[in-house]
Design a protein around this ligand. Structure first.
Ligand SMILES: *Cc1c(COP(=O)(O)O)cnc(C)c1O
Length: 456
């Protein structure tokens, strides 16, 4: 084995702008709809939830948006993140393909999520907000917003999906150490939580339920706003720094990917790595196969409907057009908690419909097997979510082997799994089951999609 394994950029090479893929869309994005009036929402409708700058970014048509200096100054602690060539994994797979991975586990929270948490906390702070509410699945987002809140002096209240609250006590301790308040969701402190518990006292929760609780708390107080860690346009835009850096780093390596792979929960780390490459395609650049890997137990892209739906279970959010399993859908309690969301980012969904992104779904034990193989070769244990991307990249590399093709594969290693050792222990003990989603429940959740006017 010879050659470079690590591509590092200097601080001065860190991108100074995020990339907004909406500027390059061939078809305009579908409007966000107010469920009461069935009209497109305006800035005034969103003002109770988000600061003005975030609302503007959500609908911006500017191709590049400046990263504020205070945000860049925090990013610099771990950015630019490294790009690695997975030479030992390539050898283990005996593939002619080249495999690169962008490693976001170097952030203080251990994932890509601080890329947007820092930005969101900053914009809230400058607009005088005192408290942020949010939901978290596996705890990665709650951790990221908690540390961003600590940096900017904002109180953070987190509704953590109950199954993760029980499975991941260290994540909760992490958030609380940064000063956040953490509730198991569904909780007794909101109408949305109480309604779910009345129907099902044993509910293990879902991101959709936790979002309802966090939104409810935010709209009750003037000094409080809500922060979402995925799905929305501005969140995906903040994550594009991943792909923008990767383009520069691959240039250093004299390479460009044929295949880009990411895992998808709500679509933010995937959009982060993939959008800068899809943008090049939209502007007439090189064709790249872009693969979104999702869990077979919560397969919004491959099994969901492309339709208007609520972002939450309590039907409090505006309606967005996306691939959805229905806002009432509750996936089985598998270990990649960050991938247990019923919907998919509207921007990712539209690009799937337009043929720029292909979705694939895998079961969790296949993904853990891939994660263990990757870990033994590269020395980093991926987060259970990231194992989906690893599995997608390994399968692509094995296909190159069968076809004798020397392709270049890039994937996003969106987080490390150092807080997820219980999942690895369960996997090693043969305790992980590949649960399918409940077909009947999916059919019911899809039947309950909101009825839209014909024009939508
Ligand atoms: C939250 C999270 C995800 C899922 O969210 P996306 O918005 O789809 O990126 C995936 N991986 C990790 C490590 C996460 O923390």
């Amino acid at each position: 084995m010879t050659g470079e394994i690590k591509y590092l950029l200097g601080e001065e090479d860190m991108p100074k702008q995020w990339y907004n893929i909406m500027a390059d869309f061939k078809n305009p994005p579908s409007p966000v709809i107010h469920p009461g009036t069935m009209q497109p929402v305006g800035p005034a409708d969103l003002a109770p939830l988000f600061p003005q700058e975030i609302i503007l970014q959500e609908v911006s048509q500017e191709r590049y948006i400046d990263i504020p200096k205070p945000v860049r100054n925090i990013y610099r602690q771990w950015r630019p993140s490294p790009l690695y060539r997975a030479r030992r994994l390539e050898e283990a797979l005996d593939t002619p393909a080249k495999i690169y991975y962008k490693y976001e586990g170097v952030s203080p929270a251990g994932s890509h999520k601080p890329n947007t948490a820092i930005a969101q906390a900053f914009y809230n702070k400058v607009e005088g907000v005192k408290r942020l509410t949010t939901e978290t699945g596996a705890g990665q987002w709650g951790s990221s917003l908690s540390l961003a809140g600590a940096f900017f002096g904002l109180e953070v209240e987190v509704f953590m999906v109950k199954v993760s609250y029980q499975q991941k006590p260290y994540r909760r301790a992490f958030m609380e150490t940064f000063g956040a308040t953490v509730h198991a969701s569904p909780s007794e402190i909101t109408n949305a939580g109480r309604a779910v518990l009345a129907q099902n006292p044993n509910s293990t929760g879902s991101l959709g339920i936790a979002i309802s609780e966090a939104v409810e708390r935010a709209v009750q107080r003037d000094d409080t706003k809500y922060s979402l860690g995925s799905v929305l346009n501005h969140v995906l835009m903040h994550q594009t720094i991943i792909g923008l850096e990767a383009i520069k780093q691959l240039e250093m390596a004299g390479d460009y990917p044929d295949i880009v792979v990411g895992c998808t929960g709500g679509g933010s780390n995937f959009g982060g790595i993939a959008f800068p490459f899809i943008g090049e395609m939209l502007r007439g650049g090189k064709k790249v196969d872009v693969i979104a890997v999702e869990p077979a137990a919560c397969p919004s892209i491959t099994r969901g409907k492309y339709a208007y739906d609520f972002g939450d279970t309590g039907k409090m959010t505006p309606l967005v057009k996306m691939h959805t399993l229905g806002s009432a859908f509750v996936p089985p309690g598998f270990h990649a908690g960050g991938l247990r969301y019923h919907g998919m980012a509207p921007l990712v969904s539209q690009l799937v419909e337009e043929g720029y992104i292909k979705g694939v779904a895998y079961h969790q034990t296949q993904c853990f097997a891939a994660g263990v193989q990757f870990g033994r070769a590269e020395g980093i244990l991926p987060a259970p979510e990231a194992n989906h991307a690893v599995k997608g990249a390994i399968d692509a590399a094995l296909q190159c082997k069968r076809e004798g093709k020397k392709k270049t594969i890039l994937f996003n290693l969106c987080g490390h799994g150092n807080f997820d050792m219980q999942a690895y222990a369960d996997y090693a003990a043969g305790k992980l089951k590949d649960e399918d989603y409940n077909q009947q429940e999916l059919a019911m959740a899809l039947a309950g999609l909101p009825k839209m006017p014909v024009s939508a």
